[in-house]
Design a protein around this ligand. Structure first.
Ligand SMILES: [Fe+2]
Length: 321
């Protein structure tokens, strides 16, 4: 159609969207066009602001490499990843009755982590950190143990780097795949994770600085649980004494995922080489019926060169409005 007014633009684009043969894609596209156009009207987006927005989106794509995904980081920093997770798990995240143990996959899962025996350590080189001994149970929605489920685990070092970001760590350090036993249980050894800053060298950094937000994630361990007949579950278990639980830059922390990391000193240590305090974590994951799907890995390899310098932004008090 020939456009006679600003309203006509929306009408024309929606009319083209209506031609889409695939019903689901048509539904998504129609909603996206309606909300995008409404956003432009509500914000009264200027031409310069529109160009700035396009530039930020393009830059997020350009910065995405085999070892860093700026697009996923941006989605998390705007709460989109958390919203998608809670709408799609635990009956739509409608409150305590349907509380889910699912969480964001995040940008750091790698395919083909080494398969390890029950109780094995995911630490592949000597590194600082309190020894951590994890016991995790996987149950179905009726509380019955799920045996034979694959459990991928990954986490950052105490210096705040995943191995893919840090050329000084061995390949696949702090990553492993375990299998649940007849009781639906896996045990593993690691180090107590520390919180870490997300990269702020791209548009995500600009976004956080503009809002006066910090760029820290509270300390956590990632899990991904897979078994045929069950929906693949991504999860993260957060360290309960982390000061940033209520201001996670990725909006990931839910009550169900604040873990009980207990520091212990008394009694026999759980391994012969443990000389000082150690930490235990026990956590239960509830997986739902559905399709077991291996996700597309957000990253595929390790960074080379020097370890990146990670800036930490401080959080400003909210302005009076
Ligand atoms: Fe993480």
């Amino acid at each position: 159609m020939i456009i006679a007014s600003e309203q006509d633009v929306t009408t024309a684009v929606l009319a083209e969207a209506a031609r889409t043969p695939d019903a689901r894609f048509r539904e998504i596209l129609t909603a996206a066009v309606k909300h995008l156009h409404a956003f432009v009207r509500e914000a009264r987006l200027s031409e310069a602001e529109f160009q700035q927005l396009c530039g930020a989106i393009a830059r997020a794509g350009q910065l995405t490499t085999a070892s860093h995904n700026e697009v996923v980081l941006a989605a998390g920093s705007l709460g989109v990843s958390a919203l998608v997770c809670l709408l799609n798990n635990g009956q739509g995240g409608k409150g305590d009755a349907s509380e889910t143990t699912a969480n964001l996959m995040g940008p750091f899962w790698r395919l083909d982590a080494p398969r390890l025996a029950d109780g094995a350590s995911i630490v592949r080189a000597p590194m600082p950190g309190l020894p951590l001994f994890v016991t995790a149970w996987v149950v179905d929605v009726h509380g019955q143990p799920v045996a034979g489920a694959d459990v991928d685990v990954w986490q950052a070092s105490t210096e705040g780097f995943y191995e893919n970001q840090d050329p000084s760590q061995p390949d696949m350090n702090l990553r492993g795949t375990f299998t649940t036993d007849a009781a639906g249980r896996v045990t593993m050894r690691s180090i107590k994770p520390a919180g870490y800053p997300v990269p702020v060298t791209g548009p995500v950094g600009d976004l956080l600085r503009a809002q006066g937000r910090h760029n820290l994630r509270p300390a956590h361990v990632h899990f991904m649980i897979r078994k045929p007949g069950f929906k693949t579950q991504y999860s993260q278990v957060y360290v309960d004494d982390d000061p940033n639980l209520d201001s996670d830059v990725q909006f990931g922390v839910t009550r169900a995922l604040v873990g009980r990391f207990v520091q212990r000193e008394a009694g026999a240590p759980p391994a012969a080489d443990v000389r000082g305090p150690w930490v235990t974590l026990e956590h239960r994951f509830v997986i739902e019926p559905g399709q077991s799907r291996l996700p597309r890995p957000p990253i595929t390899g390790k960074a080379d060169g020097a370890r990146p310098q990670m800036a930490v932004l401080s959080r400003r008090a909210a302005p009076e409005v």
